[in-house]
Write a protein that binds this ligand. Structure first.
Ligand code: EPU
Length: 337
């Protein structure tokens, strides 16, 4: 374990924002983490835990210690005839882990294919796509308490999952480093292919037998076609959450905007923020190197040298214009630092 100084984070955040960390340290083992937590640098500085950097917008240099867990490994914990419990360590790259499970016909993660994340960051954000969220497949996780320097086990219900939310974004923010996550997957094929786009892509691929691998492949294709190519254009996926409104609010919006895109949920009606942003005239907008993706208005992009401040400024202009057109407050889903 080595603490480095004045490290560029440009390649360590998917937005590709060119900022520096005053201190930076990769931790490979719990012993590394214990040594780091006992160091003067840890005590005298604020800290930030960074996974794949896929859900973060840096608006300035980070004048503290960036900790990157690179705990690796995938293990079978236990299994029955129907189910398998898989432990993945937090430094595993999410899309690779999903494909690994799909190849083995361990079902449950396929709808979450090709989401840029680390395994450790996935529960923090309760990542979700095409009708599945981490909360549906997570059994438990192990997290290192930075204060007591011990590993604690969190069961699914302890994580207080909600749409793009968990306890680790709120009362436990910055207090734990996720060490490993156990997923409860099914050996029996039961899939969620309710989304028309997923079905259409499966038809196009002429899949003879539905499998988690086929679904993951279809979803990877969809994501690749809609989202910016990460090797060319920086982004952090959806920049805003889809807002949920009451049925009354939805009905009055629908009267005014009959084409509004929305989905009923248990707690109200979820509006497609991408639609609201597109209707407000932002889709494909570009100013300097900050822009709104031409295929998906929910995704803000960095065409090269945009600063975090420029992206944030654009986000604020979008929030203001959606507010004035629809009287709807968009909230960012990325962490703004
Ligand atoms: N839409 C527009 N214009 C746009 C974008 C979207 O009109 O520019 C409308 C379309 O009608 C489209 C609908 O909005 O059918 C929904 O769009 P999409 O399927 O792309 O999903 P989303 O609601 O924009 C959410 C998640 C994504 C996830 C997809 C698919 C949030 C914040 N984002 O996006 O989550 O992949 O659903 O399930 O909930 C991610 O963005 O990285 C992500 C993992």
């Amino acid at each position: 374990m080595r603490i480095k100084e004045s490290i560029s984070l440009k390649k360590l955040n998917t937005f590709g924002i060119d900022v520096k960390a005053r201190y930076f340290c990769e931790v490979e083992t719990i012993e590394d983490l214990q040594t780091l937590v006992s160091s003067e640098i840890f005590h005298n500085n604020s800290h930030l835990i960074l996974g794949e950097g896929a859900n973060i917008l840096f608006t300035k240099n980070f004048d503290g210690l960036v900790i990157k867990p690179v705990f690796k490994g995938i293990e079978v914990v236990r299994e029955t005839d129907d189910e398998i419990f898989i432990k993945a360590y937090s430094g595993e790259v999410w899309p690779n882990f999903v494909m690994y499970c799909c190849e083995k016909n361990w079902n449950g993660l396929e709808n979450l294919a090709y989401i840029p994340s680390s395994v450790g960051a996935s529960p923090i954000q309760n990542i979700g796509a095409y009708g599945v969220e981490i909360k549906d497949v997570l059994d438990s996780l192990e997290a290192f308490n930075l204060e007591t320097q011990t590993i604690e086990i969190f069961q699914n219900s302890d994580c207080k999952f909600d749409y793009r939310e968990s306890v680790f974004k709120h009362e436990y923010k910055g207090k734990y480093v996720i060490f490993s996550v156990i997923f409860r997957l099914s050996k029996i094929p039961k899939f969620n292919t309710d989304y028309a786009t997923v079905n259409d892509e499966l038809k196009r691929l002429i899949v003879s037998e539905l499998s988690s691998k086929a679904i993951a492949t279809a979803i990877t294709n969809i994501r690749k076609s809609k989202l910016p190519d990460p090797s060319q254009i920086g982004s952090a996926g959806s920049f805003f959450k889809n807002p949920t409104v009451s049925d009354e609010v939805f009905q009055s919006l629908k009267m005014q905007y009959p084409n509004i895109v929305a989905y009923p949920t248990a707690f109200g009606v979820k509006l497609a923020a991408g639609w609201l942003i597109e209707q407000s005239g932002w889709k494909g907008f570009r100013e300097g190197d900050a822009g709104v993706h031409a295929q998906q208005a929910l995704v803000l992009v960095n065409y090269g040298n945009a600063t975090g401040g420029e992206i944030l400024n654009l986000a604020q202009r979008i929030i203001d214009s959606v507010k004035s057109k629809f009287d709807m407050e968009l909230t960012p889903e990325v962490n703004i630092i």
